[in-house]
Write a protein that binds this ligand. Sequence first.
Ligand SMILES: [Zn+2]
Length: 257
Amino acid sequence: MLAGEHQGVKYYLFPGLAALPGVRHGVFTRRGGVSQGAFATLNISFGVGDDPRAVRENRRRLAAALGLAALQSARQVHGCDAAVVEGPLLPGQTPETADILITARPGVGLLIAAADCQAVLLYDPRRQVVANVHCGWRNQVHNVLGRAVGLLRTGFDCTPEDLHAAIGPGLGPCCAEFVHYRREFPREYWDYQVRPGYFDLWRLSADQLAAAGVPPDHIECARLCTRCLPGDFYSYRRDRLTGRHGTVIALSGDPER
Ligand SMILES: [Zn+2]
């Protein structure tokens, strides 16, 4: 992963995605924000008990780091519903419930919040569409990535072979323990165990993207475990009461185009 920094806000970049024209992104860490205590410092979630003024300032810093006027997020519910974002919501407007955010409008940053779940970025350089997918294990059970690719095909005329995908930080095979996997995961996922009860959820995401038609050489993975990296990332498994780091993708260009 490449590293970026803007006025103390630290983020990572996927090398493949960063090399493509027409798109900008940031895998933000927890460093460079104003939140205190368990939420220190760059928490971007309003739903975890943090001071909303701090969250607003942190979100402003994310947008500023990428040079975006606005970010768009939704209430994430570990499902596979999608929201197509045409422009930023007005202040006070209630965000939709969605785990898949898609936009074809330049300048709109799609924001996914996570603390162990992956954010998976999708970009079609030909059709000029981006998506950001909240991809925790519950979403994976619903094949949320396959659904996201399907929505890009049907809604935006994307060809899966054109898509580029980037799998963000999340629980690694070192820490993704599922004691009750027999009732939580379908049987075909059991092969993703690296040792009894521990799952390679990164490989599962890569395989689900490939099964949806994304070329394997267009799929990159951060391979950063959120639970193992307390300086960089929030982890619900590790800390329970904690914040959420943000991942953002946007089409670059003139938002008024
Ligand atoms: Zn780990």
